[in-house]
Design a protein around this ligand. Structure first.
Ligand SMILES: [Mn+2]
Length: 247
């Protein structure tokens, strides 16, 4: 059996001097490699959906804010960061296509928020404006792999089974968060100030979203790498079943 192919969503940089470009940070690719998968970077382009059909899992990476119109709201406050309509559209198409064929999906930070939007959920546009939580608690100034707050995992969640723990110390680089979960989803972790930090969809084989950044911890942290491993294991099962189906 060949290695599973993981479609990786990319950030769009419209301001690059030589023209718009799509990119990911290398740590995502490293974490997938350690878990035994090949990363396939998908551009923010309508044809990305065709490329997804050759893959066995979808990794939704972090990035800027979704346009709140996607979840039926006007922009509130002054902290909206780098909304990119091309990326919003490309990723929402990828999510719909992946869920439609029950392909495993792992959403990180913005990726989790994209899953929420795709399922009809909503976001807290700014945790300080809305919840009175100091923004730096979740938009940390420390380094990418520094852990600055704790999350508590729900005892019977797939996430807790995956990492084999009830509490994790995590990094945190978000000023938004999931508000209303999509119907059918369940909460799998919160921080102690009440922010939704992870969820999962028991209606699919593997749909998990986390608000922190395990890709920045996974080189040295077993539980962070375990998230990628569980995702890649699910992708391998998807790969095997799809080969069986094709006969
Ligand atoms: Mn956080």
């Amino acid at each position: 059996m060949s290695k599973p192919l993981i479609a990786v969503s990319t950030s769009r940089d419209d301001k690059f001097s030589a023209g718009a470009r799509d990119f990911v940070r290398a740590v995502y690719v490293d974490a997938l490699d350690r878990a035994g998968a090949l990363a396939v970077l998908l551009p923010n382009h309508p044809t990305a959906e065709e490329a997804l059909a050759y893959c066995h899992g979808l990794l939704l990476t972090g990035g800027g804010d979704y346009d709140p119109a996607r979840y039926g709201q006007e922009p509130q406050g002054t902290h909206m960061a780098s909304v990119n309509p091309a990326r919003d559209e490309a990723e929402q198409r990828l999510i719909a296509a992946a869920l439609n064929r029950d392909m495993p999906v792992f959403g990180i930070c913005r990726g989790m928020q994209g899953l929420a939007i795709a399922g009809g959920g909503t976001l807290v546009q700014d945790v300080e404006d809305r919840m009175g939580i100091p923004r730096h608690r979740h938009a940390q100034q420390e380094g990418r792999s520094d852990r600055t707050h704790r999350v508590r995992l729900e005892a019977d969640s797939a996430l807790a089974r995956l990492v084999g723990a009830r509490d994790l110390e995590v990094n945190s680089f978000h000023h938004q968060a999931v508000d209303q979960l999509p119907s059918g989803y369940r909460l799998s972790a919160r921080s102690d100030d009440g922010v939704v930090e992870a969820f999962e969809d028991p209606g699919h084989s593997f749909v998990v979203g986390v608000q922190w950044h395990p890709e920045d911890l996974a080189a040295t942290d077993r539980s962070a790498q375990q998230l990628f491993q569980g995702f890649v294991d699910a992708a391998r099962a998807y790969q095997e079943s799809s080969q069986f189906m094709r006969g």
